[in-house]
Design a protein. Structure first.
Length: 247
């Protein structure tokens, strides 16, 4: 199968994930770029940020139209992560490829586990800036270090730490992903490895189109079902990457 076809298929799947789940895009994009399209880990993490930033911004618009974005909470969350994402992005270039892959898989698995349990959180009566800023700073650091948009961590944090409903957390996470991805990309300027734009461009285009379908799919699924799908995808990707490192 040609690289173009693989890029289009992978992009469509990742767009569906971002549109429906509000995350999981980069945690799926990085393995796809490495194992299907032959990118190095450094190039893959940088390319994934480009793809996810563009796709998340598109999906954010669709969710905002339906009122599923908590703008103030998302802005606090995202702003707190900008500096940590920038600093961690500079440090990430010193991490060996195997260590990067292992850290990526472990973080994905840890983020998935809480999502398997039903959330009893209710929407907060008021926003708690300190909690939003603290969680956002931690997410920004992980985003910059591992080269991911952070949605697979933002969604659990917005649900369990800040008490947003699942569908509102999905929409709000897209704002956080977009901001964090741009900040991390800025820190990686000139150090992203060999970026093959003939693959990245169609990959991004397919992901953007897939995000619109994903948003429609997400509107037909209950919040708890979204959580379980999200968690299972993360655990599957984490297991595959850990096995690859060990073997």
């Amino acid at each position: 199968m040609s690289a173009l076809v693989l890029a289009l298929v992978a992009g469509a799947v990742i767009g569906l994930a971002l549109g429906a789940l509000g995350g999981g895009g980069s945690v799926l994009a990085v393995p796809a770029l490495i194992y299907l399209l032959g990118f190095s880990p450094v190039s893959a993490t940088t390319a994934a940020l480009i793809i996810v930033a563009a796709t998340s911004a598109t999906a954010l618009y669709a969710h905002a139209r339906d009122g599923n974005v908590a703008w103030r909470t998302g802005a606090l969350f995202a702003a707190a992560g900008i500096l940590p994402a920038f600093l961690a992005g500079n440090a990430a270039g010193r991490l060996p490829a195997a260590a990067l892959t292992t850290a990526f898989a472990v973080v994905a698995a840890l983020a998935a586990l809480p999502m398997l349990r039903p959330s009893r959180a209710e929407p907060p009566e008021r926003i708690r800036p300190a909690r939003a800023a603290g969680a956002g700073a931690g997410l920004g650091a992980v985003t910059g270090f591992l080269g991911v948009g952070g949605g697979f961590l933002a969604v659990p944090a917005l649900v369990s730490v800040l008490g947003l409903r699942m569908k509102q957390a999905v929409g709000t996470s897209l704002l956080v992903i977009t901001v964090n991805s741009v900040a991390a990309l800025t820190s990686r300027a000139g150090t992203g490895g060999d970026l093959r734009w003939e693959v990245i461009a169609p990959f991004t285009g397919a992901a953007i189109l897939g995000a619109w379908d994903g948003k429609r799919l997400g509107s037909k699924i209950t919040g708890h079902s979204l959580q379980r799908v999200f968690a299972c995808v993360l655990l599957g990707v984490a297991a595959f990457m850990l096995v690859d490192v060990i073997v």
